[in-house]
Design a protein around this ligand. Structure first.
Ligand code: ATP
Length: 248
């Protein structure tokens, strides 16, 4: 059985007849950490939205455990760049939202929410409202909220893009800790070469006009990765060269 497979995907938006993606083939294994990297407009978010079942391909198929994805699924969760927390709910209530929609009792959902609050090291912040938290903390809560649905696959669309450099590094490390503990599959969209090399098992570098996957780069640096590892520098240069080539 193949875990997650995109077969010859084409995506044309009917509104403007714009072909955003063509010929996209991608096979993702269970528990892998994949980064989609590439210039603005190459279709990274469109790929995520299709895997999430929020858009459908114009042609081609997306198979999850050998079944086509035809709409949103509980097994596939998503985290966006802009936190998307409900401002009128406190942290625990935000995390408990998914379990609430899936019909869990108040006791059960609060138990689940506390478990994930602990996972993100924010046990003391359950009663706090999103506006009282820093961007980094809000994004931690958004991750916990997605995980509380117990997804097998987590789609992350530039989740750290709006954070300052230091917070971003801290959350990258946190995310790896959570990924190793939860053994989920992560598909992570980023513009940052450094972030992709730090996080991914494999980086898929994409090209635009039309968007396609141009190269698969396995990141072979042993974990925990150090940015001063010579291989880190080598892979970073290789990916930066791909950006350069794609701009010419
Ligand atoms: N609903 C839509 N209707 C028409 N065109 C769209 C739509 N959504 C995306 N596009 C276009 O499809 C292309 C791919 O968009 P997408 O957001 O997937 O790219 P991206 O690589 O994620 O970009 P960025 O890195 O800037 O977020 C872009 O040219 C975008 O303008």
């Amino acid at each position: 059985m193949e875990y997650l497979k995109l077969n010859n995907i084409k995506k044309t938006f009917s509104k403007n007849k714009f072909t955003a993606l063509e010929n996209v083939n991608l096979t993702i294994n269970e528990s892998e950490f994949i980064c989609l990297l590439g210039p603005s407009g190459c279709g990274k978010s469109t790929i995520l939205r299709m895997i999430a079942g929020l858009e459908s391909p114009t042609s081609g198929t997306i198979m999850y455990k050998d079944k086509p994805i035809t709409g949103a699924k509980k097994e596939i969760g998503m985290v966006f760049q802009n936190y998307s927390l409900m401002p009128w709910l406190n942290v625990l209530e935000n995390i408990a939202l998914g379990p609430k929609f899936s019909g869990k009792s108040k006791n059960e959902r609060m138990k689940i929410a506390k478990e994930y609050l602990e996972l993100i090291n924010m046990s003391d912040f359950g009663n706090v409202y999103p506006y009282e938290l820093s961007g980094g903390m809000q994004q931690r809560v958004a991750i916990a909220r997605a995980l509380a649905n117990k997804p097998d696959v987590l789609l992350m669309d530039e989740p750290f893009g709006a954070l300052d450099a230091y917070t971003r590094i801290v959350l990258q490390k946190e995310l790896l800790r959570i990924w190793e503990k939860q053994k989920i599959t992560i598909i992570f969209v980023t513009h940052s070469v450094d972030e992709a090399v730090y996080l991914a098992d494999k980086v898929y570098f994409m090209k635009s006009k039309p968007g396609k996957i141009y190269k698969e780069i396995p990141i072979t640096i042993p974990r925990e990765r150090e940015r001063n590892d010579p291989l880190f520098g080598e892979l970073t240069t290789k990916l930066l060269d791909l950006f350069e080539e794609n701009n010419n």
